[in-house]
Ligand binder design. Structure first.
Ligand SMILES: Cc1ncc(COP(=O)(O)O)c(C=O)c1O
Length: 399
């Protein structure tokens, strides 16, 4: 049976070059980067090389990059770290309704501790509006945290414009206002420049760009104070205690370098195949609609709503044909609740169930997309025939 992996927003294949870059740090240069002997020095050098590679991808300084265990930890450190360091100046945080759970749950946690939260709407197109950010800002606001690209529908948020707004208020004296963006789904797909965006903190993880799982980074602009959420040794300039995972860090460095060098060609490749897939699905399958703004989004992600059918049923049937897609974010799959992202863009509760996300990568081929296009229409048709929703719809028409 063919196997077609279209769940690259959940995780990607690790590049061979990345694996190669990691291997020596498992078996040869396995010293602790805090040790002063040669093994330790080699390990430390590997970390600093990777820091420079990640910094270059983001147009940051190496000292502004903190390595940690992934996007989830990075979001937690950014949000809780700012809250703890600046709570004496204000206790208001602004976020959006369709952030990743790592952001939403961190914010919920702070709300339970007495912080005030504003969760911005994202409208049908899945994009935060600047006027809502402007209206939400108060003298008490210490953090705005809005993702750069959404993980389910791929829509790109106006972070540079929010950055300009934050800079304006800071210039007017609100020095404790910060901007964080979760750029996990944007890095490597679109140019991400921390200076151009005007962010103070930015979250990034390796496994979405052909790097290993379990390693990520937080960009912390020079001069921004955060309180470490991990207590122990003095690693990562006192911002993240714990022995550094040198192989994984070498991996994130290599993945960042490859993403920087090949970003344009990867983006063109993914966009072409994604647009082809979308056009074919819309042409061949009736009662299907696209979720999220069609223009302002990352290449490689397509999210559809299929009327009169359950997303889970579709996903399982595709899996039986060797095709991997997702019904929501991987973190929420397994639950039968509709995705909070699709609810946030205004899809009715039951239509959220009929949604599928196809996420491509640089390795996706035209043949693989053709296989999906050949396979999917028959599955949708078959499931619709036995779906109680179709029957309900038919009955409504008959009335
Ligand atoms: C937008 C976003 N933020 C954060 C994360 C969490 O990253 P990690 O899996 O590295 O913890 C993900 C992963 O699904 C994501 O898509």
């Amino acid at each position: 049976m063919r196997r077609v992996y279209l769940d690259n927003s959940a995780s990607t294949r690790v590049d061979d070059e990345v694996v190669e870059a990691m291997l020596p740090y498992f078996t040869e240069q396995y010293g602790n980067a805090s040790s002063t002997h040669q093994w330790g020095q080699h390990a430390k050098q590997a970390i600093e090389d990777a820091r420079a590679q990640v910094a270059r991808l983001l147009n940051a300084q190496p000292t502004e990059i903190v390595f940690l265990s992934g996007g989830t930890e990075s979001d937690n450190l950014a949000i809780k770290g700012i809250a703890a360091a600046h709570c004496s100046r204000g206790r208001h945080i602004i976020t959006s309704a369709f952030e990743h759970p790592a952001v939403l749950a961190s914010c919920d946690q702070l709300e339970a501790q007495g912080f005030t939260l504003t969760r911005l709407p994202v409208y049908r197109e899945g994009i935060v509006r600047l006027k809502d950010v402007r209206a939400a800002l108060t003298d008490e606001t210490i953090l705005v945290t809005v993702m750069l690209a959404n993980n389910e529908i791929g829509t790109i948020q106006p972070i540079a414009e929010i950055g300009a707004l934050v800079a304006e208020r800071r210039a007017a004296g609100q020095r404790h206002l910060h901007l964080h963006t979760d750029a996990v789904q944007a890095v490597g797909k679109i140019p991400v420049d921390v200076k151009q965006l005007g962010v103070d903190l930015l979250t990034f993880t390796a496994h979405k760009i052909h790097g290993p799982k379990g390693v990520g980074a937080l960009y912390v602009r020079r001069g921004v104070r955060i309180t470490s959420q991990m207590h122990g040794g003095r690693h990562e300039r006192d911002r993240r205690a714990g022995t550094e995972s040198v192989p994984l860090i070498a991996g994130i460095g290599k993945a960042a370098e490859l993403a920087r060098v090949h970003m344009d060609e990867r983006a063109v490749h993914m966009r072409q195949l994604r647009d082809y897939l979308e056009a074919q699905i819309i042409e061949r399958i009736p009662d299907v609609s696209r979720n999220g703004d069609a223009e302002q989004r990352v290449p490689g992600v397509a999210n559809f709503n299929f009327d009169f059918v359950e997303g889970e049923g579709l996903q399982i049937s595709l899996d039986l044909k060797g095709i991997a897609v997702s019904t929501g974010s991987a973190c929420s799959s397994g639950s039968t609740e509709p995705s909070h992202v699709l609810l946030a863009i205004g899809l009715p509760r039951d239509s959220g169930h009929g949604s599928l996300r196809f996420s491509l990568s640089k390795d996706t081929t035209r043949e693989e997309i053709d296989y999906v296009i050949e396979t999917l229409p028959a599955i949708v048709e078959k499931l619709r025939k036995i779906s109680p929703r179709t029957k309900k719809k038919t009955a409504e028409h008959a009335e």
